[in-house]
Design a protein around this ligand. Sequence first.
Ligand code: SF4
Length: 324
Amino acid sequence: MTLLDVQDLEVHFRAGGLPLPGHAPRLVRAVNGVSFTLAPGEALGLVGESGCGKSTLGRAILRLGEITGGSIRFGGADVASGGRDGRLRRETAMIFQDPYGALNPRMAVGEAIAEVLRVHRKVPRDRVPARVAELLTLVGLRPEHAARRPAELSGGQCQRVGIARALAVEPKLIIADECVAALDVSIQAQIINLLIELKARMNLALIFIAHDLAVVRRLCDRVAVMYLGRIVEEGAAETVFAAPKHPYTQALVRAIPEIDPDRMLPVDLLAGEPPSPLDLPAGCAFHPRCPFALAECRAGAAPALRPVDGRFTACHLYPAIPAH
Ligand code: SF4
């Protein structure tokens, strides 16, 4: 059964500034032909360096951002052609990176949760305070926290409030965009454990956008690795992490610390910067940084995702050269 079906999704937008006379406007190709599906209760990790398009993709799926082309079906319904309404609004939610920025600093957090319950008419008005208390308890806070303002809570507590607000919708899908990146490592672990528990208990589907592969490995059933707007490898998280096939994924996975799985990735993970999404290289966009680049990698169309050893990989090395 499929909850979410994304096919050939494209998000292109004009680069800032006016085009020079006689020149076409320059396009940022942030998301470039992305396809994947997600089952109910499944967690997909979306990983890649910053600027690879993963956040733009997440926002586009929930129709919080414009899309240029492709299709998105949620629960069987076409949601690409409308805005954020109907089923998407009723059955999806997003958790953001900045736990304080996502909340109104002047509003008590209980009121912030109650607002969602009232807008979505989830419970009769007289049941709202009791449901707020239930949701706070569900995310490991106490009902008394309802009276606090965001500034009176820690970052981890605020992120729990963000999760409670997302759960107030009773969503089938949550997209969490770097939702633990701003938290201390021990608090990150608590929030990840909470998401694992809620996913199992509520059969929640999750798209977990992160640059920290160790976190994705703990939480996600599947992983999709993005490079410059395209998925370059996608499959079961254990399969991909145990034996990555795409050279970019190999570089990312090599940098997961073996001893301390909670450490963040080093920033100097790969040689060089990714090329600009304004000026994508011909062929495989990874070729300027790839130690295995072949002549055919430098020209023509980008390699397509193909089945390779139980996952999908977009790389000319397969099946031409045996896996290493
Ligand atoms: Fe490297 Fe070529 Fe594979 Fe791209 S297609 S990752 S350049 S070997």
